[in-house]
Design a protein around this ligand. Sequence first.
Ligand SMILES: [Zn+2]
Length: 73
Amino acid sequence: MSARKKTLSGYKACRHCKYVVPEDAKQCPNCGSEEFTYKWRGMIAVLDPAKSCIAKRLGIDKPGVYALELVEE
Ligand SMILES: [Zn+2]
């Protein structure tokens, strides 16, 4: 697993579950939220949440790409 420090342009993160989606996405495919933020740091690709200790720590239970941290304004 690798984490990036810089914000990735072109992508935004769900405010509720931190799922990372392309910036033109209207709705989070993970939790259905329509609230996103462009201010997020780091990303993690979770392939098998049941076997990932990082996923457990972040409360992730579905496979996907997630932001490690949302940056509050
Ligand atoms: Zn979400």
